[in-house]
Write a protein that binds this ligand. Structure first.
Ligand code: FES
Length: 375
């Protein structure tokens, strides 16, 4: 008697008998099984690598160029590429990278190269001696040939082109100092599309502003104003010629907070002008009140003044407290609260995350007298 059940208990790692019932193994199935035996374990391992990379979103790139791009030598441009020089994730003007520095700091830098170049990324960094240490680490610690870990690109300052999603008819770019970095690729794109655009570029002095040589190719579309020669710019200097109504203008601006706030106020009742901006420092704190910050693990307390962030108060306790954007959109500074009536002011966390106690100390505050955080 033949036991037909045996066939159904055959180990799936062996190929089945001949497709047409012969006793010899079917050559086609033997070939397919062989491919599966070799390929599946390899594919599984490859998938884990691929999924891991997608999960943490971190890329390790080579530093392939380092160039001083301001005459005072305080701004450097760094160019990165994949170790095998393969194609990198695409980006659009206004995007930035998160740099994961060897010290553990994470810092965001706008991409300022050519988005059409899919094999390299370029950023620029101004040395800030009295900052949080990130720019010093980049200037003094990163050299051509080093590896650097990045996340991104991400875009919180997208350029919407007239005729391609924006009703504006012309573009005005306003950059101050290192604020030129997200604007540079916008200029290149506007130029490539043949759009009507102008730019004003401000800074303390001609020596301090980066990429001045690179801008020469745009001729008189770009106006350079420096405080030492021209004095501080007025709002009409920044906005440019602007009829009383129906200006059809989209303004893209990157610079210090006081300049951006002045522009916002100046254009508050101009519905015919789009204002898009990116700050490179935290926004001013509005309607802040003083409260006490308590650290659950140690019981230490700090007073958070009405005009300072919880992050600033935390940094007095732990100078290495992580942060990046300081504007409530990157999540680097995230921690968990234990007690207190939280005043969430970020644009990142979801309701379930807030209900779970997540908190962004760079912008969010507290309605109660004391806020206890899980540190
Ligand atoms: S530092 Fe980016 S969200 Fe706080």
């Amino acid at each position: 008697m033949t036991d037909h059940s045996e066939r159904h208990t055959v180990d799936l790692s062996t190929e089945p008998p001949h497709l047409y019932g012969r006793f010899r193994r079917d050559p086609l199935m033997r070939g397919l099984t062989g491919i599966r035996k070799v390929w599946f374990p390899f594919w599984g391992a490859l998938s884990r690598v691929r999924d891991g990379a997608a999960d943490d979103g971190i890329l390790t790139l080579d530093v392939i160029d380092r160039e001083v791009v301001a005459h005072d030598e305080n701004v450097i441009a760094l160019t990165f590429a994949a170790p095998d020089r393969s194609v990198l994730p695409a980006w659009f003007p206004g995007a930035h990278l998160d740099l994961l520095l060897p010290s553990g700091r994470m810092r965001e830098y706008s991409l300022c190269g050519d988005p059409g170049d899919r094999r390299s990324y370029r950023i620029a960094v101004r040395r800030i001696p009295d900052g949080g240490g990130g720019s010093i680490e980049v200037h003094d610690g990163i050299r051509v040939g080093d590896s650097i870990q990045i996340k991104g690109p991400r875009n919180a300052f997208p350029l919407v082109l007239p005729g391609f999603g924006s009703p504006a008819r012309r573009l005005r770019f306003v950059a101050a100092g290192i604020g030129i970095t997200p604007i540079l690729p916008m200029l290149a794109l506007a130029d490539r599309y043949g759009l009507d655009w102008t730019m004003v570029y401000c800074g303390r002095s001609a020596d301090s502003i980066p990429f001045i040589d690179e801008l020469r190719r745009y001729g008189d579309r770009v106006t350079v104003r420096t405080d030492d020669v021209d004095g501080l710019p007025t709002m009409p200097d920044l906005v440019g010629p602007c009829p009383d109504a129906d200006a059809g203008l989209a303004l893209y601006c990157c610079g210090p907070v006081p300049m951006l706030e002045a522009l916002r106020t100046h254009l508050a009742d101009r519905d015919d002008i789009e204002l898009h901006f990116e700050r490179f420092s935290p926004p001013p704190i509005e309607n802040g009140t003083e409260f006490t910050l308590r650290i659950a693990s140690t019981g230490q307390t700090q007073t958070v003044a009405a005009d300072e962030s919880v992050l600033t108060a935390l940094a007095r306790v732990d100078p290495a407290v992580p942060y990046s954007c300081r504007q409530g959109f990157c999540g680097t500074c995230r921690l968990t609260t234990v007690d207190g009536d939280v005043d969430h002011r970020d644009s990142l966390l979801t309701d379930p995350e807030r209900e779970a106690g997540w908190f962004l100390p760079c912008v969010s505050r507290c309605h109660s007298d004391t806020l206890t955080v899980d540190l």
